[in-house]
Design a protein around this ligand. Structure first.
Ligand SMILES: Nc1nc2c(ncn2[C@@H]2O[C@H](COP(=O)(O)OP(=O)(O)OP(=O)(O)O)[C@@H](O)[C@H]2O)c(=O)[nH]1
Ligand SMILES: [Mg+2]
Length: 245
């Protein structure tokens, strides 16, 4: 049976509309970050998680290839998807910073597990993409092992956002990833990216069709564009809500 936590999460946001409760702590100045190591910024102990506002203060925390060296956090969400689908761009759009995560026209830009601090002990994790054939087989299998270890072992991983191209729809590799996530009993949400590339006249039908391939309905999937900002505010609220748990 298909798990659909994304249905639950997105449905909740749709029901609540703008009434989603957002913590209203004053914006924290950057100086409130305490540097506790060369590659590690920390919020002061007990600093409250201020929901979507805190996401905008996100900063790079660390990169790792060895999952066992990542360290602990309170909660984290991760972006997975095929190379070039727009994972790093989506992260930048969500935190409203143009170049926090490195993006590129060339697939295979992100090569490590990149951790961004988006609140006290709250992480957003940008992963390398899958399905990029132009890297040596050895490297690809190392990435795959790294991603699989990350996705199977992180107990604080609250939600995996599976990005699919809005214009192309889920590819066989995307479907494989989704089936695998279900087999390991992980919560995931589908996010259709680059929706600006779909003709205006096809927007509704395409969203419905992409969702239908996965046995879902249009509102069950997030429909976003990092270029135009479509769907970004809703998704940011969702990410903040998940991280607050
Ligand atoms: N039109 C359009 N282009 C986008 C959008 N998001 C990302 N792109 C472009 O898609 C390309 C890939 O974006 P990235 O964010 O680097 O993709 P990625 O999934 O992180 O790629 P890897 O790190 O290689 O796995 C870049 O040229 C982006 O400018 C979008 O919403 N609309
Ligand atoms: Mg990337």
């Amino acid at each position: 049976m298909r798990r659909a936590p994304h249905k639950k999460m997105l449905g909740h946001l749709h029901d609540a509309g703008n009434a989603v409760t957002l913590a209203s702590y004053p914006r924290m100045p950057v100086t409130a970050f305490l540097a506790s190591g060369l590659e590690c910024f920390r919020f002061p102990p007990g600093f409250p998680f201020r929901s979507h506002e805190t996401l905008m203060d996100a900063r790079f925390l660390k990169s790792a290839t060895d999952v066992s060296r990542l360290g602990d956090c309170h909660s984290e969400v991760a972006f997975v998807g095929r190379s070039n689908v727009g994972k790093s761009s989506l992260l930048n759009a969500l935190v409203r910073q143009k170049q926090l995560a490195r993006t590129s026209k060339t697939p295979g830009r992100t090569r490590e597990i990149n951790v961004f601090l988006a609140g006290p002990d709250r992480w957003i994790v940008d992963l390398p993409g899958y399905g990029y054939a132009k890297r040596p087989a050895k490297e690809r299998s190392a990435w795959q092992g790294m991603i699989e270890r990350y996705l199977t072992t992180r107990e604080t991983l609250r939600m995996i956002f599976v990005l699919v191209d809005a214009e192309v729809g889920p590819t066989p590799l995307d479907l494989q990833m989704i089936e695998w996530l279900e087999s390991i009993d992980r919560d995931y949400c589908i996010v259709a990216t680059k929706s600006d590339r779909v003709k205006a006249s096809r927007q509704h039908a395409q969203r419905r069709d992409v969702a239908a391939v996965l046995g879902l309905t249009a509102p069950d999937i997030a429909w976003v564009s990092s270029s135009t900002g479509t769907g970004i505010d809703d998704l940011r609220r969702e990410v903040a809500e998940i991280l607050s748990t």
